[in-house]
Design a protein around this ligand. Sequence first.
Ligand code: PMP
Length: 355
Amino acid sequence: MTPDFTRPCVKDLEAYKVVPPDYNIIVNANENPFDFPDALKKELNDTILDMSLNRYPDPSATALREQLSDYTGIDADQIICGCGSDEIMSMLNQTFINPGDVVISHAPSFSMYQIWSVIGGADFVWVPDTEDLTPDVENIINTAKRTNAKMIYLCSPNNPTGSLLPRHDVADILEETNALVVLDEAYIEFKKEGDLTEIVNEYNNVIVLRTLSKAFGLAGIRCGYAVGPKPLIDMMYKVKSPYNLNKLTQAAAVIALKHRDTLLENVTILNSERQRLYEFLKGLKGITRVYPTASNFIYFEVPDGAPLYAALLDEGILVKYLKHDVSDDVDHIRLTVGSPEENDAVIKVLKRSLS
Ligand code: PMP
């Protein structure tokens, strides 16, 4: 028998599951339906031909951070890059969380906040949203005070609900708690009114997470980044594994940022498709609630999601089915906005199943 080496907090975890991608239409993971354009793949190809792959990559991703600085308006030395923002969360954990510390977030939100915290030995607390599925700011503040929380994850636009946290709410949480606030803006480019990233130059207890996986359509290259006050980012560099971001990722990300105006044109298409889907869903009898969204996905409530999920799967369409995600008596579906053709196919099945 294998000796029992595993830490107790890891033993009880379930490994992160992903559904195998053998579906015609994949609208379950909030990916961008538009691939990196061929012209940019060719540019990447040429860059790779000039690369010495026998040598390690730049450990601090200097060229990439300069591009990110130009994009976000934040100094390059206030930025750290990771293998997706998932890796950044792991670094946050290793840098700031001791076993027994309390980490909180609003529910429902991104499951990895809890998973990383539990792996770090923290006590994790979900603070339920208000009835309209927006973060309950007062309860977040009270819970943080009561538990002396070390870290608070806020997600805006939030996965899976699409809700936004206005700046004054984030500021209240920053001012009224002693916690390090991590504001996850993975989907921020889909919000029409801009980001809150500059808040890191106003407060000393906030870090903002961003990624190239969503609006930039580069989930496959794994590139996320954190932006924050320099003293906090400097501490994160101490735990970063030396060559975490490989040369191919760094090169692809630099090309993407140089051509950001072209790539982000897709956001305009996706936001107009989001509006089309939203209005369609609102008009369907079988859907009991559709939540407003500032992201590239829509969260809606159905009394029983199982038959709808099965009908979609029958047509090769994969959505995220969240059985009893919020309450015990209803189900929720999170639908990623796809290409116009993909959305037409989804609409067809939903019409047939729910009207
Ligand atoms: N934050 C949120 C809210 C997400 O939904 C995701 C991915 N689904 C991530 C972070 C992780 O993104 P990545 O690791 O691809 O940067």
